[in-house]
Design a protein around this ligand. Structure first.
Ligand SMILES: Nc1ncnc2c1ncn2[C@@H]1O[C@H](COP(=O)(O)OP(=O)(O)O)[C@@H](O)[C@H]1O
Length: 264
């Protein structure tokens, strides 16, 4: 399989169910396994080098004593394949997957005040205010499972202020994974994306259609997965990307998407 980053991390063997939010792309192949393996193989060398430097700095004894769970952030435009990568990475490293968008959709589904306010911004393809998102993510990161097993944070931070806030709370990633995908592919992916509410599986009407008419009949579309809204979401993404990327440039692993659109 893909995603073979190797780090000196403590990976507990048996993680109980964490009630993690559903994956956005459980069945898609946004990046082919082969190209992902190759890229991560390359990045592995880079990271191996970084790890060696780090080990030198910390001293071998301290390193052995202070093994910490792995902490990763993953960043990319809407529909850039974060969900697929999250599945691969969490399976490999047994991390808790925390997706800011899923946390917000849970608030909306629960009908909370935060959820109602969040929906107004999500409807416009804008970032939900920090006063909601920062505390929500912070609280999830503080849960015992995240602390014990490590975390993979997906869709956060999306702005410099979010990154800074998390840093002030003492949450810093070991690795920042950046997904880069051409914009025309993103729009087509979003517009055709559907979810099966029974299995949680993600389909694409053109590139990964449902297997049966029964499934096709029950597919749902995310309320912000329209062409009009994805253009706004992409605009918001581009406005904030540079500031976020600058902050994590020393720990960034970049994955480029250059295969055909039908790899969803
Ligand atoms: N960290 C965040 N800060 C503010 N708003 C967020 C954040 N994460 C998600 N959102 C809101 O939720 C929407 C959906 O996010 P998400 O599910 O991650 O999908 P996508 O990556 O396709 O934008 C975003 O367009 C934004 O309105």
């Amino acid at each position: 399989m893909a995603c073979l980053l190797n780090f000196p991390v403590a990976v507990p063997q048996a993680k109980p169910s964490t009630g993690k939010p559903p994956n956005l792309f459980p069945n898609s192949r946004a990046f082919s396994s082969l190209s992902l393996s190759l890229r991560l193989g390359h990045q592995k060398n880079l990271l191996g080098h970084r790890n060696r430097s780090l080990r030198k700095q910390m001293g071998a004894t301290a390193m052995a004593e202070e093994r910490q769970p792995l902490k990763i952030m993953i960043y990319g435009a809407p529909a850039s394949g974060k969900g697929t990568q999250c599945e691969l990475i969490t399976n490999k490293y047994n991390l808790v997957h925390i997706a800011a968008g899923d946390l917000l959709r849970s608030e909306i589904a629960a009908g909370t005040d935060n959820g109602k306010l969040a929906k107004e911004f999500m409807d416009k393809g804008q970032l939900v205010p920090d006063k909601i998102v920062v505390m929500m993510v912070k609280e999830r990161l503080m849960q015992p499972d995240s602390q014990q097993y490590g975390w993979l944070l997906d869709g956060y931070p999306r702005s410099l202020s979010q990154a800074t806030a998390l840093k002030e709370f003492g949450f810093e990633p070991d690795i920042f994974i950046l997904l880069e995908v051409p914009e025309e592919i993103l729009v087509e992916r979003v517009v055709g994306r559907r979810m099966d509410p029974v299995t949680g599986r993600i389909y694409h009407l053109k590139y990964s259609p449902p297997e049966t008419e029964e499934i096709a009949a029950r597919l749902t579309q995310r309320f912000d997965d329209t062409k009009e809204k994805v253009v706004l979401r992409l605009h918001t993404h581009h406005q904030n990307a540079e500031a976020v990327l600058t902050l994590y440039k020393d720990i960034t692993v970049k994955l480029l998407k250059n295969v055909q659109v039908n790899s969803i």
